[in-house]
Design a protein around this ligand. Structure first.
Ligand SMILES: C[S@@+](CC[C@H](N)C(=O)[O-])C[C@H]1O[C@@H](n2cnc3c(N)ncnc32)[C@H](O)[C@@H]1O
Length: 255
């Protein structure tokens, strides 16, 4: 029986190679096999060893992803075959990445594993759009929220999200913005709260749409191309706009 391998749950960051951690880079260079999601870019995958198989288990338009149980079983099987496995996920594996489920499976199966953090979309998008997620006297809290759950439902505590002084970074919310807006407005958030949509943040093809909670919700269907898209909602967006001044205009023109 071969010696059991190790599984590394690795965050690939938003897509640009130079936003990978050095640890992720080193592991990728030596992995026997790479199991990756759709959000991982070709540029990052190209760093893997030439002879290492790249197994795409992600969802693509018109093609469902492998069920999570099948991915879990695949990771366990590859490790039991003695392979060094890099399980590569967009952003950070523990932020809306199902890394927790995979870690639990590996622990239960007594497969050695490590978790390597990555730059999550909220941080990459905010940095490139020059939006400080927290800012003294403007936002003392930041909430990362999922715009919908696996079954398409929205299960959020809107009362907490609508509170002043909080910045919201909404993942997977482009299609549910009208319902999110309704929930926030019903709990007291003003409709003119500054907001931005950021598409493909942290990559050279980033696009940013500035506006208000109301306007970005109205504009999203025409504005979004292939995604992925993150929404940032809160006063910090306006502060960023003002302090960047002409810079924001230049950014809009550029992208
Ligand atoms: C399943 S979640 C994965 C999040 C990932 N684990 C992370 O930490 O960034 C996918 C969602 O993340 C957001 N996202 C991921 N990468 C992004 C990017 N480069 N630009 C904008 N949003 C992104 C989008 O909201 C997308 O629908």
């Amino acid at each position: 029986m071969p010696r059991i391998g190790t599984v590394y749950l690795v965050g690939a960051g938003p897509g640009s190679v130079d936003l990978l951690t050095l640890r992720a880079y080193r592991l990728l260079r030596s992995a026997d096999v790479v199991v990756h999601d759709r959000l991982v870019t070709d540029e990052v995958l190209a760093l893997a060893r030439e002879d290492a198989p790249r197994l795409d288990v992600g969802k693509a338009p018109g093609r469902p992803c492998l069920p999570q149980e099948a991915i879990n079983a695949l990771l366990v099987r590859l490790a039991r075959e003695g392979r060094m496995v890099v399980r590569l996920k967009g952003g950070d594996p523990f932020i809306f990445g199902r890394g927790g489920e995979e870690a639990a499976t590996l622990a239960e199966a007594r497969v050695p594993f490590e978790v390597v953090p990555g730059v999550t979309a909220a941080l990459a998008c905010a940095a490139q759009a020059r939006i400080p997620l927290t800012l003294r006297s403007v936002a003392r809290a930041v909430t990362l929220a999922a715009g919908h759950t696996a079954d398409g439902e929205i299960d959020l505590d809107f009362d907490a999200l609508a509170r002043r002084g909080t910045t919201l970074a909404i993942y997977m919310g482009a299609a549910t913005l009208p319902r999110l807006r309704a929930g926030l407005l019903a709990h007291g958030m003003p409709h003119d709260t500054p907001a931005a949509l950021i598409e493909r943040g942290g990559t050279p093809r980033q696009r940013v749409l500035h506006g208000t909670l109301h306007s970005v919700t109205e504009d999203a269907p025409d504005w979004v191309t292939e995604g992925p898209v993150l929404a940032v909602i809160g006063e910090v967006v306006a502060v960023a706009r003002e302090s960047a001044g002409a810079g924001v205009e230049a950014m809009k023109a550029e992208y």
